[in-house]
Every structure is written in structure tokens, then in C-alpha cells.
Ligand binder design. Structure first.
Ligand SMILES: [Zn+2]
Length: 124
């Protein structure tokens, strides 16, 4: 990451980074339904907390590996609980990453219990 997360300076290009096209490309890598919900939640958060393009870019970049359905699920939870009024974007990011992490733990646990292959049928 050649961009400073504090001031948004592009260390490689030696100038302030232009976040608008980078935000656009991160959003467009998502399904339409996910793009819509992310835009809505960002606009809602903006009514309560000042958000810079840099904040939005680093948010989208940090949830880059999260699945669309997990993002949509968590954005709904965040919205329904009214967190946008008090917590802002870093809290939404933490929620998404936490749900995404627990998803892997659940899958691992499931693998340990059931194995990766279907169990053999007992022959009588
Ligand atoms: Zn900096």
C-alpha cells in the first residue's frame, strides 16, 4: 500500500492520492445489490459523521476480501441497530471483519465435525 492512511499522500506518485477512481473501482468489484447498500450506508453515516474520500477508500479496501452477502448482512444489522448515529464507519468495518472472521471459524469447526468428505454409509 503506497498510500499513507493518515494523510492520503501517494508515496509512489509523490502527490496527494485521487481517491475517487479508486473508490469507484472497489465499489464496482461488488455485486449491484452490495454497491447499493454500501452507498446508502455511507450516505447515512455522512449525516452524522464527517467522512473524507480517504476514509471511504480505506474502509472499502479493508473489507476487500469479505463476501458480498456478509457485507450486506452486516450493513443491515448496523443500520437496524442505529449504530450510524453514534459509531461511524470504523465500527462498521470492525463488525464486517468480525462476522467474516467468525464465518471461517464456523466452517473450520464444521469441517472438524463432519470432515471434508461425506461420511461412508455403513454396510450391514
Ligand atoms: Zn501521511
Amino acid at each position: 500500500m503506497p498510500i499513507c492512511p493518515n494523510c492520503g499522500y501517494d508515496l509512489k506518485e509523490k502527490r496527494q492520492a485521487n481517491f475517487t477512481p479508486m473508490i469507484k473501482s472497489l465499489l464496482e468489484s461488488r455485486k449491484d445489490s452490495t454497491q447499493r447498500i454500501i452507498k446508502n450506508i455511507i450516505n447515512t453515516i455522512k449525516e452524522y459523521h464527517p467522512l473524507k474520500a480517504k476514509d471511504i477508500y480505506f474502509f472499502l479496501d479493508s473489507i476487500r476480501d469479505a463476501e458480498d452477502k456478509i457485507i450486506r448482512y452486516t450493513c443491515n444489522e448496523y443500520y437496524n441497530r442505529g449504530h450510524y448515529q453514534t459509531k461511524g464507519l470504523p465500527y462498521l468495518k470492525a463488525m464486517i471483519m468480525n462476522v467474516d472472521k467468525n464465518k471461517d471459524e464456523l466452517r473450520e469447526l464444521e469441517k472438524k465435525i463432519h470432515g471434508t468428505k461425506p461420511p461412508y454409509k455403513e454396510v450391514k
